[in-house]
Design a binder for this molecule. Structure first.
Ligand SMILES: [Cu+2]
Length: 511
């Protein structure tokens, strides 16, 4: 970054950028550059492409194995609900009716879940609704949720991890009048980023074979993908962009930051726009969480590069009783290698907390910046914990090659909790294990009201409405939710896909 240039300009944005660069971030970025993964010599950066946009009305998604290029000249077999390496971006407006047909041309059962949307039981993609190869499933539901960055992914039991990893996922963007009135960057300046991390095996396939230690901590790739493109680059103009980021990784916590240490403006998260914009230098996202960010490339010299990265952080994993935590067996080989030859059982990816490039931006063209200054965001009604009629406690345990909630692994037919329709409740998620658990509730957008232990506060990116919250080892996080849209059987689970596939999931019924 050209700090003097910024100071000379004396712009509010420039001064804010300098003021918000704390020593901690400087150190983190220095560490990042020191450990920066080398580019794989055989893979050039590919241009970032937004997935094609489709309407939610009369949409057919055909899930099939396809060969697509994930970098120039590198075809890989993906399993995708569209023609690209991941599914198309579904656009809807609040009040629309979604009518979506899923055709299963895969060789195994599948079903899609609309993550973050409140939908009728039959449209929620519960694993018991998975359809056999050759079958179709019809979803019809009104889009009742506010504007936001939602997403979709496969949800068959035991196979969510591998299917999402191979491409059975996509973005689902909802717009409404209140959001449109804000005049946020759009068109080419609105950039959906579905982030995954994967390992490309020597045989040109995506390796997904969690070894024993990976069945405990999770599965980590050696390179990041955005919209199914490996280590992409995007030419940008010297103006403000809206990045709509989904953490669609199997197990990785992302610490979103810019490689030049600049600030970003966080305007939204899981459930849409925040009560107020926040200036941040980094945002932590567990799998399933989203961030709606404004990034300003103004004043950067043409030809320079800025990378959206996952900045390094101390892995929150604690040493487990079996040495499965940080520094456990099989680690280190994959660090920074980013290589095709590193695939295969036990090779490991970049470990949890390791530095990763996500998307490179090249300043391509100087334009008159079209800034966006924070202004009042749409009013938000949050579930009120004072109205809660009941509190429930959920202990997340990972030990002895098992992941469970309150001592029980998922049973498709067992209803673990029953909630009265219309009630507001407080649910407390307690992490008794050595690994982070991003906890996701279907069918509600909740308010995070308290975190005890660990980070001991509600983070700036956890304000507003959320459907997934990151619970670190030793933390106890409470959320308030109102169950007032549909009756039926829904899920609460850890969104580390290795954990959920192994049973860290439960049914709850709204009656
Ligand atoms: Cu978990």
């Amino acid at each position: 970054m050209d700090r003097r240039h910024f100071l000379a300009l004396g712009s509010a944005a420039g001064l804010a950028a300098v003021a918000h660069r704390g020593p901690a971030l400087e150190a983190a970025m220095a560490a990042y550059h020191a450990k920066r993964p080398r580019r794989h010599p055989h893979l050039d950066r590919a241009l970032l492409r937004p997935p094609p946009e489709v309407s939610a009305a009369n949409l057919t998604l055909r899930a099939a194995a396809r060969r697509v290029e994930i970098a120039p000249g590198v075809p890989v077999e993906v399993w995708s609900p569209g023609d690209g390496p991941v599914g198309p971006t579904i656009r809807a407006r609040t009040g629309d009716t979604a009518t979506i047909t899923l055709e299963n041309a895969l060789a195994e059962p599948t079903i899609l879940h609309w993550h973050g949307l409140r939908v009728p039981e039959a449209a929620d993609g519960h694993p018991r609704l998975a359809i056999a190869p050759g079958s179709t499933y019809r979803y019809t539901f009104p889009v009742i949720d506010r504007a936001g960055t939602y997403w979709y992914h496969a949800h068959p039991h035991h196979r969510t991890g591998v299917q999402a990893y191979r491409g059975m996922t996509g973005l689902l963007l909802v717009n409404d009048a209140a959001e449109e009135a804000l005049g946020l960057p759009d068109g080419a300046h609105e950039v959906p980023l579905l982030i995954q991390d994967r390992r490309l095996a020597a045989d040109g396939t995506f390796a997904y074979e969690p070894a024993m230690h990976e069945q405990m901590e999770g599965f980590f790739g050696d390179a990041a993908f955005a919209n199914g493109i490996r280590l992409p680059t995007m030419p940008v103009e010297t103006t403000t962009y809206r990045l709509r980021v989904v953490n669609a990784t199997t197990s990785r916590v992302l610490r979103l930051a810019l490689s030049n240490g600049h600030v970003m403006t966080l305007i939204g998260n899981d459930g849409g726009l925040l009560p107020a914009a926040e200036t941040v230098t980094s945002v932590d996202l567990g799998t399933g969480e989203r961030a709606d960010l404004l990034v300003d490339f103004a004043h950067l010299p043409v030809g320079s590069r800025v990378t959206l990265v996952s900045a390094p952080f101390a892995s929150p994993a604690r040493m487990g009783g079996m040495g499965m935590g940080m520094g456990g067996m099989g680690r280190g080989m994959g660090r920074g290698a980013g290589g095709m030859g590193a695939g295969g059982m036990g090779a490991g990816g970049v470990p949890q907390g390791g530095a990763m490039d996500l998307v490179e931006f090249t300043i391509d063209r100087a334009v008159t910046p079209r800034g966006w200054s924070p202004r009042p965001l749409p009013t938000l009604v949050l579930p009120d914990p004072e109205r809660a009629t009941r509190t429930r406690m959920f202990h997340f345990n990972s030990a002895m090659m098992q992941h469970d909630i309150n001592g029980r692994a998922f049973d498709m037919e067992r209803i673990d909790e029953t909630v009265r329709f219309g009630d507001t409740e407080v649910w407390t998620f307690v992490n008794d294990s050595p690994f982070p658990h991003p906890v996701h509730m279907h069918e509600v957008q909740f308010q995070v009201i308290e975190r005890v232990g660990g980070r001991a506060r509600v983070m700036p990116w956890e304000r507003g409405l959320k459907d997934t919250v990151l619970v670190y080892p030793g933390e106890r996080v409470s959320v308030a939710a109102t169950f007032d849209r549909y009756r039926g059987r829904f899920l609460m689970h850890c969104h580390n896909m290795v954990h959920e596939d192994m049973g860290m999931m439960m049914n709850y019924a709204i009656v």
